[in-house]
Design a binder for this molecule. Structure first.
Ligand code: ADP
Ligand code: MG
Length: 331
């Protein structure tokens, strides 16, 4: 049994419209399914607006889905209410891009990271101080940080505190939504190392959400590529990289930064021609068809199924049988 099993999640938000016009919907998440194994990392990558954050919020029951199920370690998350829902959420805490909004500025770090222990009934001051020290050490910070306030910390340190607080719940899974996106390259590398180290030591799983494919590749065992609310390709990260089957994935990989500056210069273009259509007006059939060089009539009329591939991964495309060279003109 997978640690987390997500099936057919969908969420459309009602959009505000002028008087008299038909009710419109933002189709944020459309039929999303995936699973995460214990101690593993699933990377979810997609452009802004592709439904990554909504997916994360659906998992935690922070947004109610229109359809779909979420099971954590065999327990149905979406039917849980009250204390049971809170207990489930503590097993999969979330870390956001901007921890300022989630770390109370008037609390010392010590109180932030021991709040879960206090809520669980711990009152002994020495025990709480010991717990704070233990958590800070886990995330690579000196125990002296316990006395600081969030505004006295750098961006990377704040993100480490957010991580410590997530770990304070002894989670099975941590949901990281663009958690390192705002950090400079070296700070980011340090946090990525800490995440990997924590996974090795504690066996915690991650749902690692990012718009940056190169970054997701580094941290993820499995990869899911999202486009306008659907997963268009998924599977073991290196399989997807070696044999990308969806034209959108191929374009993303072709556009991802490479170490060679000359090659990089030639590649600094948007991943695919044209703009991502609005989730208010998702194109018919395959949502990618207006930008796809392979699109045929069936793509305009019929939503593609999830097609299992010989390489052990899957793509949501009518033309997975076409050879790679057919998409050469895409970037
Ligand atoms: P991502 O995290 O990939 O950038 P989001 O999940 O935040 O994408 O958003 C997906 C789509 O849903 C976007 O078009 C966004 O504007 C819309 N959306 C997200 N939350 C809401 C909401 N509460 N009400 C209306 N639309 C929303
Ligand atoms: Mg987001």
């Amino acid at each position: 049994m997978s640690l987390l099993q997500v099936d057919n999640l969908a969420k459309a938000f009602p959009a505000r419209r002028g008087l008299g016009s038909r009710r419109a919907y933002v189709h944020a998440v459309r039929d999303v399914s995936f699973s995460i194994e214990r101690g593993r990392t699933l990377g979810v990558v997609g452009e802004s607006g592709s439904g990554k954050s909504t997916t994360a919020r659906l998992l935690l029951g922070l947004v109610r889905p229109d359809t779909g199920t979420v099971t954590l370690d065999g327990t149905d998350v979406l039917s849980a209410r009250g204390d049971r829902l809170h207990a489930l959420r503590r097993r999969m805490p979330m870390v956001f891009q901007d921890p300022y909004s989630s770390l109370d500025p008037t609390w010392q770090v010590r109180d932030i990271v021991t709040e879960p222990a206090v809520l669980a009934g711990e009152r002994d001051r020495d025990a709480l101080a010991g717990r704070a020290e233990e958590l800070l050490t886990l995330v690579g910070l000196a125990p002296a940080f316990a006395q600081r306030y969030p505004h006295e910390l750098s961006g990377g340190q704040r993100q480490r505190i957010a991580l410590a607080r997530a770990l304070a719940c002894d989670p099975d899974l941590i949901v990281l939504d663009e958690a390192v996106a705002a950090l400079d390259v070296s700070t980011r590398a340090g946090i990525i190392n800490t995440l990997t180290d924590l996974q090795d030591r504690l066996g915690v799983a991650y749902l690692f959400i990012s718009h940056d494919l190169a970054l997701v590749r580094v941290v993820s065992h499995e990869l899911a590529v999202m486009y306008l609310g659907r997963i268009v390709e998924s599977g073991p990260t290196e399989e997807v990289y070696a044999h990308p089957a969806h034209p959108y994935t191929r374009a993303l990989i072709a556009a991802a930064p490479v170490p060679d500056p000359v090659v990089q210069k030639a590649r600094e273009r948007p991943p695919v021609r044209g703009e991502v259509p609005s989730a208010l007006a998702v194109p018919s059939g395959c949502a990618f068809h207006p930008r796809c060089p392979l699109a045929t009539e069936v793509c305009r009329t019929t939503e593609p199924p999830v097609v299992p591939l010989a390489t052990g991964h899957a793509a949501t495309c009518h033309h997975t049988d076409l050879p790679l060279t057919a998409t050469k003109g895409i970037t």
